[in-house]
Design a protein around this ligand. Sequence first.
Ligand SMILES: C[S@@+](CC[C@H](N)C(=O)[O-])C[C@H]1O[C@@H](n2cnc3c(N)ncnc32)[C@H](O)[C@@H]1O
Length: 351
Amino acid sequence: MNLTMSALTHIPVLLQETIEALAVQPGGRYIDCTLGGGGHAAAILERSSPGGQLLGIDADPEAIKTARARLEAYSSSTLTINENFVNLQAICFKYDFFPVHGILFDLGLSSLQLNDSSRGFSFQHDAPLDMRLSPSQEVTAADIINTSSETELAHLIKTYGEEGYSHQIARHIVKQRPIKTSLQLARTLEQAIGRRRGRIHPATRTFQALRIAVNQELEHLEAALKQAINLLGFEGRLVVISYHSLEDRIVKQFMHQESRGCICPPDIPTCVCRHTACLRLITKKVITPSPAEVELNPRSRSAKLRVAERIITQDDYHNTAERLCFSVVVNGGGWRRPALLKRLRRTFSAL
Ligand SMILES: C[S@@+](CC[C@H](N)C(=O)[O-])C[C@H]1O[C@@H](n2cnc3c(N)ncnc32)[C@H](O)[C@@H]1O
């Protein structure tokens, strides 16, 4: 498949909703932490022109190649980095790309990865059980399947796949080892729990669990969300699209917690956490695709979009006030009122 063709096979999910949630504006700076086929990125660049800038990150070198080809027309305003978003802050510091107007995470895999018959992500194609987003990662799905104990496998499949038959599955896997390919694993799972259960294939949950474990998806998401806050300018938007309940729970809890002040347990009489809100929820309810979008792009059916906005925290006020007082003191109080106001305005607009 050539690059342009392959880019066309990933349809960006909740595209219009994402652009609105990011409040994309001409001249804005944005980070797409999950560049994939570059679909969302292209729309952000189009809407932010003239003058818009985009930093696009993807752990998968193949995705970076595809996205670069797709975004060629915007190459002077785009920086594409083949990295894991767990290093988001370091990447932005290295390329001096902050503060930004918006940060997008469109989690999981692209259709390009799922349809790639050599990576082992899908139980529809026979391929070595790899499942790494990047070839630089050490552990593959085959390593986990063939070296973990039965108890470890059952725990992993239950925790990351929310699979009710995890013990039965782990027992079958251990009996059938070594398991080297995706179809061999899919057949083992069918033998363990039967061919079909309702609408989902018996391999779905175990494949999800393995992919999450191989790529440490949940740990990386938690770490990156925390870093994202520090990169957002005042009123910058954080937008996350997730595709399963484990991811969505992390995003929801994170946004709710960071939009609250004190998070002490209710039975503590005075606050000891000193936590301050740094986000404001833009939509209390999650945004999901319309029936028309799901019909056009069935992959979108489980998508959930959440959005929050950076606000000035009490700490930000404190630091700013301290900086200003310090300036006034070291300048011997020599500030004239208009100059002080101008400085105040500049400082607050930079937050
Ligand atoms: C759903 S796709 C994004 C599709 C993209 N929004 C588009 O419109 O084409 C998710 C992408 O995120 C990448 N990805 C997932 N986890 C990542 C991580 N921790 N660091 C960097 N990229 C990651 C995957 O490689 C994949 O290309």
